[in-house]
Each structure stands twice: as structure tokens, then as C-alpha cells.
Design a protein around this ligand. Structure first.
Ligand SMILES: Nc1nc2c(c(=O)[nH]1)N=C([C@H](O)[C@@H](O)CO)CN2
Length: 124
């Protein structure tokens, strides 16, 4: 399947389970792979036929800032479900969320999830 990719989207946000984490902004890094058929956009050369990665970056940034999640799991699931809901042409999504400054002596900690339209229908 074709993919629209976004790598290393950094957003400074309230994120974490500990009290001290609720008092500061921490960087959250998001990578996205959006599985969709890009052939129509390739044929028409029209942004309206494409999954606009600028719009997706804005959507995801706002979501991360507004959610103030405790767990990166919650962020990843929200990002996946929101994109699948808002972009009917996206059939499959891989979301990686990293916290690069959370744990000393690591370059990052994080999670990666994959969802499709079936998971949207079964998610409550
Ligand atoms: N699986 C997870 N483990 C942990 C998370 C998380 O979001 N998912 N978060 C934390 C803390 O907030 C950490 O980032 C700071 O020590 C710990 N484990």
C-alpha cells in the first residue's frame, strides 16, 4: 500500500504520570505512516486529492497539546483514531510516539501502534 509519511514531528506538551511532569512541557516526537492510495493525487497533481501532511501535522500537534495525556499509549490511540475518522482514504496507520527526555541514558522511550478501519469500528 502507498504511504504518506511524517517523521520526527516534535511537540512540546504536558505529558506523563508523575506530579513533576504535570508542571513542565516535555518534547513528544511522533512518526506517522498513513496507508492510502495516492494514485489520484499523482494523476491530478491537486492538493485536494492528497492527504495533506501539513494539515495532519497541525491536527496532531493540537491534539497532543490539548490532551495533556498521562500515558503515551493514550496519545497514540487518539492520534490513530482521529486520523482514521477524519481521513476516509486512510486505510491503515502506524503511529510511533517517543519521549526523548523522559529516561536518562536512553535516546528515547516510546511505543508504536498499528490500526486500520476495522479497529475504528471496534474501538469504544
Ligand atoms: N508504557 C508506558 N510506561 C511509562 C509511561 C508511559 O506513558 N507509557 N510514562 C512514564 C512516565 O511518565 C515517564 O515518562 C517519566 O518517568 C513511565 N512509564
Amino acid at each position: 500500500m502507498d504511504k504518506v509519511i511524517i517523521e520526527g514531528l516534535q511537540v512540546d506538551a504536558v505529558i506523563g504520570v508523575f506530579d513533576w511532569e504535570r508542571q513542565i512541557l516535555q518534547p513528544v516526537i511522533v512518526d506517522l505512516e498513513l496507508g492510502c492510495d495516492i494514485r489520484r493525487a499523482a494523476q491530478t497533481d491537486d492538493i485536494h486529492d492528497a492527504v495533506n501532511y501539513k494539515a495532519v501535522c497541525d491536527l496532531v500537534s493540537d491534539l497532543i497539546i490539548d490532551t495533556k495525556a498521562q500515558l503515551i499509549e493514550r496519545l497514540a490511540e487518539l492520534i490513530a483514531q482521529t486520523i482514521l475518522t477524519d481521513y476516509a482514504v486512510v486505510e491503515h496507520i502506524r503511529v510511533t510516539v517517543r519521549k526523548p527526555t523522559a529516561i536518562p541514558n536512553t535516546t528515547a522511550v516510546g511505543i508504536c501502534i498499528e490500526r486500520n478501519r476495522d479497529s475504528l469500528r471496534t474501538c469504544h
